[in-house]
Ligand binder design. Structure first.
Ligand code: ARG
Length: 588
């Protein structure tokens, strides 16, 4: 389906041509003065130079050619040459009825679907998930859903941090505590038992203990580094412990991400990329891309026209160890071999931007990816507390994801229980659903690259630009539709009717922007624009609701039209929140 702007632009093109002007000036956009008009065309201004005429004269010529248009109820030329447009209700209604009959509500699938891989989540195995990982998960999940909705073949990869120093720390601490385990012997060959020598609870305690201890004790740190090295170089016993750590952690991570309504197609990680490193290093040397600089193997990535210095990509340290650059490059080798993505999108803290600039340049320069492969860095800002500093617990420690979620759920639960008689269990479940919406909407309503303040009070409010407000609106619509059905009404296949008042028309115009909005969100990878849109829709709906008797309407056709409008509003809002990664409860 065309967007409403496209349809109106076509109508304007005809008018421009008929009046003797080039149709390229006919572009129409949503009005930025909603008090004056609904859509506007500024083409007369641009055409003025070409035709050496006053813009207002051109605008007048156009208006004269639009007198019996199917689209417009009112067309005005205003100084210095704007063309203000108000749409006919019949035109908007026909558009909405077509949209209501379409599976994807008028959104066209990508004409050339791409294979897209999204690298998001990025938790570090055995280290606690913190709020920094929350943003990646929330934004990445939404981006994945948006790309999919447009018909692309999308794979989400969690890209675990599962190959670092934390593993050496855990091995060292474990050896200290349980020296009798068979794994520590260099000659360990045997099968490792199914049962892990620790629970997730113990593992969560082992890492911070070991990490703290290593900071104070040189010898212990050396041991942990050595263990990391041995693990990475084939020590079979350590590898067995590593597998235990992975099994226990991944089970726990899956539970955590499920609670966030975040789902990955691939549970790969840094460890999977290791086997691609030797071949890649060989290639980089052989083709002359890499050279030795102060003992380290590096690839220059500085390009002409750079305003600042971009340091070389570090492939191997002087002791032969691989680095973060190496792993991300090897992961691209792996991805190219296994999935051949047209595009890879990284949803990572924006403070890692330089690393990705280096990796992307190196991958392109050395032919690790194809010249046409799109490598995109979607960097996000920091989640701050009300004091403007990175979000902390009340005691000043790093806020763990689980605790943050628990805090929000508690707050939601209290609000739901206030002045309401709800069963305990229902209230708890609703609090979870609404709490998740509060967190996700609070995050996604900000442009991803910006820092934002995580404000529990504001995010959990049922009023204002919040997740709970959006859900409340959906629940309100569901409740009206439910009553209509209880009275024997059938919702399916009802047709929208022409608007009879201002607030109804305003709502219809908002709904009609859906496919255009989605196209923009998709082109710009900008989930925050979905939030801005549904906030407008929710406001328009609530105004309409307060000014209109819906179920009490006596004119049956009019009432059916209202119900059809409500159903479409609900479908639009629910599609949008699904793209944001949350859902609405039945009641709240
Ligand atoms: N594990 C990393 C961290 O916690 C994020 C990984 C991002 N993805 C990547 N391909 N480097 O900072």
């Amino acid at each position: 389906m065309n967007t409403l702007s496209e349809l109106i632009t076509k109508e304007m093109e005809q008018a421009f041509t008929a009046a003797g002007y080039d149709a390229k000036f006919a572009k129409v956009t949503v009005s930025n003065r909603p008090d004056l008009c609904e859509y506007q065309c500024n083409g007369a201004m641009a055409a003025a130079k070409t035709y050496k005429k006053a813009p207002i004269m051109i605008a007048n010529d156009i208006v004269a050619n639009l007198q019996d248009s199917e689209c417009f109820a009112q067309v005005d030329a205003v100084n210095p040459g704007f063309i203000n447009l108000k749409l006919k209700s019949s035109f908007v209604t026909a558009f909405l009825n077509e949209m209501a009959g379409d599976d994807t509500l008028g959104v066209e699938k990508e004409a050339n679907p791409k294979t897209i891989l999204i690298d998001y989540g990025g938790p570090n195995v055995a280290k606690p998930l913190h709020v920094g990982h929350l943003r990646s998960a929330i934004i990445g999940e939404s981006v994945k859903r948006i790309m999919r909705f447009k018909g692309n073949d999308v794979t989400g990869d969690i890209h675990l941090g599962d190959w670092g120093y934390q593993m050496g720390l855990i091995i060292t601490e474990l050896e200290k505590r349980q020296p009798d385990l068979p794994y520590f012997d260099e000659s360990f060959e045997g099968e490792y038992p199914k049962e892990a020598p620790f629970t997730i609870g113990e593992l969560e305690e082992i890492y911070p203990t070991a990490s703290g201890y290593a900071k104070e004790h040189e010898e212990y740190r050396e041991k942990a580094l050595q263990a990391t090295y041995l693990l990475q170089n084939g020590h079979k016993g350590y590898r067995a412990i590593w597998k235990h750590i992975m099994n226990v952690s991944v089970t726990d991570l899956k539970k955590n991400y499920k609670n966030l309504n975040v789902e990955f197609d691939l549970w790969k990680g840094e460890a999977d990329a290791q086997k691609y490193i030797p071949g890649m290093v060989e290639m980089l040397k052989e083709k002359g891309f890499a050279h030795v600089d102060e003992g380290a193997l590096v690839v220059d990535v500085q390009e002409e026209g750079d305003k600042k210095e971009i340091p070389p990509c570090m492939i191997l340290k002087s002791d032969g160890a691989a680095l973060y650059d190496t792993t991300d490059l090897a992961t691209l080798v792996e991805r190219e071999e296994l999935y051949k993505p047209d595009e890879v999108i990284y949803v990572v803290d924006k403070r890692q931007e330089l690393h990705f600039v280096q990796v992307f340049r190196c991958a392109k320069k050395c032919g690790i990816v194809r010249p046409e492969t799109g490598l995109k860095f979607l960097g996000f800002g920091t989640m701050n507390g009300k004091d403007g500093k990175p979000f902390k617990t009340r005691e000043g420690g790093v806020m763990r994801l689980e605790n943050l979620i628990r805090e929000i759920d508690e707050e939601m639960y209290k609000k739901i229980m206030d002045n309401r008689t709800v069963e305990e269990e229902e209230a708890r479940n609703t609090a979870k659903t609404v709490g998740l919406a509060a967190i996700k909407y609070g995050d996604l309503s900000n442009q991803a690259s910006k820092d934002y303040v995580f404000d529990v009070d504001r995010f959990t409010s049922f009023e204002g630009n919040t997740g709970p407000y959006i859900l409340y609106t959906i629940v309100r619509i569901k409740s009206i539709l439910g009553k209509y059905q209880q009275d024997g009404g059938i919702i399916e296949d009802l047709k929208l009717q022409e608007a009879t008042n201002e607030s109804e028309k305003a709502l219809m115009l908002e709904i009609a922007k859906f496919n255009e909005m989605i196209n923009n969100v998709y082109a710009e990878i900008a989930p925050h624009k979905i939030c801005a849109y549904i906030y407008d829709v929710a406001n328009a709906f609530n105004k309409f609701y307060h000014e209109t008797k819906i179920l009490a309407e006596e004119d049956a056709q009019k009432k059916a039209g209202y119900i059809a409008l409500l159903k479409l509003t609900k479908d639009v809002l629910e599609t949008c929140i699904d793209l944001l990664g949350f859902e609405a409860p039945e009641r709240m």
